[in-house]
Design a protein. Structure first.
Length: 102
C-alpha cells in the first residue's frame, strides 16, 4: 500500500512540475551531468543573463564543437524553442547569484 501511495505521489509531482524539472533535471540526473557547474561555466564566460541564455540556446539547439564550453558529450536537445526558453528562464532564476549575495 505504501509503495502504491509513493508511486502515485511521485507521478503527481512529476506531472505538476515545471518544464525544467520534467525535462532538464531528470535527464541530467540520469546522465550524471550536474547543472550547477555548467551554469557557472557559462556565467563566467558570458557574464550576463542575455549572453548566457543566448549561448545556451544556441548550443542546446545546434551544438557546434567550436562554441561549446563543455566539450564532452555534446547532445542536441529536441525541444521546441519556446519550451527551451522557458526552461532556461527557470534555470537562470534557480542558479543566478545576482541579488542573492549580501
Amino acid at each position: 500500500m505504501a509503495k502504491i501511495v509513493l508511486q502515485l505521489f511521485l507521478a503527481l509531482s512529476l506531472f505538476g512540475a515545471d518544464v525544467f524539472v520534467q525535462k532538464c533535471v531528470h535527464c541530467h540526473t540520469s546522465r550524471h551531468l550536474p547543472l550547477k557547474p555548467i551554469f557557472f561555466d557559462y556565467l563566467l564566460y558570458y557574464s550576463s543573463e542575455r549572453g548566457v541564455k543566448a549561448a545556451m540556446l544556441r548550443n542546446l539547439t545546434h551544438p557546434d564543437p567550436k562554441h561549446l564550453l563543455i566539450k564532452k558529450n555534446p547532445f542536441k536537445h529536441h525541444f521546441k524553442e519556446a519550451t527551451l526558453k522557458k526552461a532556461l528562464d527557470i534555470y537562470w532564476d534557480k542558479y543566478k547569484v545576482i541579488g542573492k549575495i549580501r
